[in-house]
Write a protein that binds this ligand. Structure first.
Ligand code: HEM
Length: 201
């Protein structure tokens, strides 16, 4: 199984996975385990994603491009990438894209350990005024409203189309789609921690 080497320095600017630059999550391993159980996430889901890590690597950029074209087609979504001059901040968008592509791969291969939990807290914060724009020293609106984080989930869920050439076995494709669905829901649920009062989460 291909695992990322945690000791290798990342060449992606602002990608602070497993570094002191990442936020620290207050979610405990027990909280996580119970959340995973609630979502029906099991070791088999982790295995099926990891089994197709190479296909995720090969398709991650196309997936992100497809999702971002949805954002680009809706002004109430693309406005969160616009600078004070009223134009899209292309440098900001490019920088985010590299980390977004890496997220797709990470979602498939990273173990759900403390570094993973911590970086989910960081990603959540990067959608809120606490950290939005900070990583890239950008000057765009300071918040992605939480309703859009949830509302966008149906856009990133269907991945069969990206994998159907590489995986001919329909049952395997179904397993992959199910595992990805649970993985996305777990990620966004952990990101919600940055928006929700601790005693309400
Ligand atoms: C389920 C839906 C979503 C997923 C999976 C997702 C995923 C991500 C990821 C992986 C990153 C990069 C994190 C990093 O820095 O390592 C990111 C950043 C970002 N996302 Fe999202 N996102 C979602 C919804 C949205 C929506 C709906 C918008 C706006 C319309 C949005 C706007 C942004 C922006 C502006 C950043 C950069 C924040 C910053 O660091 O300044 N995201 N997102």
């Amino acid at each position: 199984m291909n695992r990322p080497d945690p000791s290798a320095p990342s060449s992606i600017p602002g990608y602070d996975y497993g570094t002191p630059g990442s936020a620290v999550s207050s979610v405990t391993e027990r909280d996580l385990s119970e959340l995973e159980q609630a979502a029906g996430w099991t070791a088999r889901d982790a295995e099926v994603l990891a089994r197709h890590a190479d296909v995720f690597r090969a398709n991650a950029e196309s997936m992100v491009d497809a999702w971002r074209s949805v954002i680009g087609s809706q002004p109430h979504l693309s406005r969160w990438f616009v600078g004070p001059d009223g134009k899209p901040d292309d440098e900001y968008k490019m920088s985010i894209k590299r980390r977004f592509v890496q997220w797709v791969i990470d979602a498939a291969v990273r173990p759900h350990d403390q570094d993973w939990l911590n970086y989910q807290q960081e990603i959540g914060l990067r959608h809120t005024p606490a950290k939005k724009n900070k990583t890239d020293a950008a000057d765009t609106p300071p918040l992605v409203p939480f309703r859009y984080l949830l509302g966008f989930i149906p856009v990133v869920l269907p991945i069969r189309g990206f994998f159907k050439d590489a995986i001919q076995d329909e049952a395997e494709l179904n397993k992959l789609q199910e595992a990805w669905t649970k993985a996305v829901l777990l990620h966004v649920t952990l990101w919600s921690r940055a928006y929700v009062a601790e005693d309400l989460w």
